[in-house]
Write a protein that binds this ligand. Structure first.
Ligand SMILES: Cc1cc2nc3c(=O)[nH]c(=O)nc-3n(C[C@H](O)[C@H](O)[C@H](O)COP(=O)(O)O)c2cc1C
Length: 372
């Protein structure tokens, strides 16, 4: 029988178990959006996971939507990430960088030259926030700015930014990259047939046009790292960051699954429900259809417990199991699961921004010493 704690062969990469640290934005990068020792310590503490996927990391300044999130487009950022990969590798961990472009989930104050963010539409995302400076210069959650529908030249630049990012991922010593196609960010804005209002080769009219941008990004990144080192994260049925219910959701994502199979993607990472959803939003039947359509490995994340993950493994829904919020407060999550030790709940007030508090000061579990 397959077990969560068994090693897993992710293409050419051997993972020491099937437990994945899901990508978690913590907004604690140093000046210039450069990862620092504090970040290296945080990831090292969590290197018991079979695979770590880093926090979302912008491939360009245009791709940024929140303060203090790290980047992967300057030499300083590459040097900063080297500290992180070295720390994780020193504990025998494997680590992929999550490559990010937020599209319209941004603010003119974060954009180069105060420009409007790019998207597949010129409508602002409903009920969505960017984390930036307010008029008084204080960090604040502000409604996202009105975007503009990207020109073809701008989309070409996005792909070039992903390619440069992939070279930097390699230089920084990562084992691979995950393309962030989930949670209402740029690629999701193109894949959603309601949000996407274009009618060109990247438009909403067909599954081929809606998925063109993310597939081009995949090819650019895989061209550098090799497709067996590139995964894609998606959130079908997700409503995070202004995603609209989409009647074409199944058609789009099952097509994407086939296309990623053909291109040899390492894995698809399915978001089962976001941290805002009380219950999983992806229907059970969709998982079964997706399993058939995609021949690579599948990671599933969202509202998992050890018990649910074991059930999904037994049901052959997925191969690898991601934990988000629990990894914030349980750096030794694998050991706790193995030994059925109690879990520490995360403190939401320290999720974003700040320093070591609520970040590297969650201790590993200390079993009571039994004295006789
Ligand atoms: C503080 C926080 C930050 C997150 N940042 C990211 C991110 O950078 N990229 C991403 O794809 N998902 C992000 N997520 C979503 C998680 O990866 C995960 O899908 C979600 O928390 C649901 O899993 P869970 O129930 O195990 O927490 C974040 C979630 C939280 C709570």
């Amino acid at each position: 029988m397959k077990a969560l704690f068994d090693s897993y062969q992710l293409g050419p990469i051997t993972l020491k178990n099937r437990i994945v640290m899901a990508p978690l934005t913590r907004s604690r990068a140093g000046k210039g959006e450069v990862p620092r020792e504090l970040n290296a310590e945080y990831y090292k503490q969590r290197a018991g996971a079979g695979l770590i996927i880093t926090e979302a990391t912008q491939v360009s300044q245009q791709g940024q939507g929140y303060l203090w999130t790290p980047g992967i487009f300057t030499q300083e950022q590459v040097e900063g990430w080297k500290k992180v990969t070295a720390a994780v590798h020193s504990r025998g961990g494997e680590i992929f960088l999550q490559m990010w472009h937020v599209g319209r989930i941004s603010h003119t104050r974060l954009q180069p030259n105060g420009a409007s963010p790019i998207s597949s539409t010129d409508k602002a995302a409903a009920n969505s926030f960017s984390f930036t400076y307010d008029e008084a210069g204080k960090p604040a959650q502000l409604p996202t700015s009105k975007p503009h529908n990207a020109t073809l030249a701008e989309l070409k630049q996005v792909i070039a930014d992903y390619e440069r990012g992939a070279h930097n991922v390699e230089k920084a010593g990562f084992n691979g990259a995950e393309i962030h196609g989930a949670n209402g960010y740029l690629f999701d804005q193109f894949m959603n047939s309601v949000v996407n209002e274009r009618n060109d080769e990247y438009g909403n009219q067909a599954k081929e046009t809606r998925t063109r941008l993310i597939l081009e990004a995949f090819e650019a990144v895989a061209g550098v790292l090799g497709s067996a080192h590139v995964g894609v994260r998606i959130a079908p049925y997700g409503s995070f960051s202004g995603m609209a219910p989409d009647p074409k959701v199944e058609e789009t994502f099952l097509y994407l699954a086939q296309q990623l199979t053909q291109r040899g993607a390492a894995y698809v990472h399915l978001v089962r429900g976001s941290q805002m959803d009380p219950e999983p939003v992806v229907p059970t039947e969709f998982f079964a259809k997706f399993r058939k359509a995609f021949e690579g490995s599948i990671i599933v994340t969202g509202g998992l417990t050890k018990r649910i993950a074991e059930q999904l493994l037994a049901d052959n829904i997925a191969d690898l199991f991601g934990f988000g919020s629990l990894y914030i407060s349980n750096p030794d999550l694998v050991e706790r699961f193995k030994n059925n030790w109690p879990l520490t709940p995360p403190d939401q007030t320290t999720f974003y921004g700040g320093d070591a508090h609520g970040y590297t000061d969650y201790p590993a579990y200390q079993p009571d010493l039994v004295t006789t």
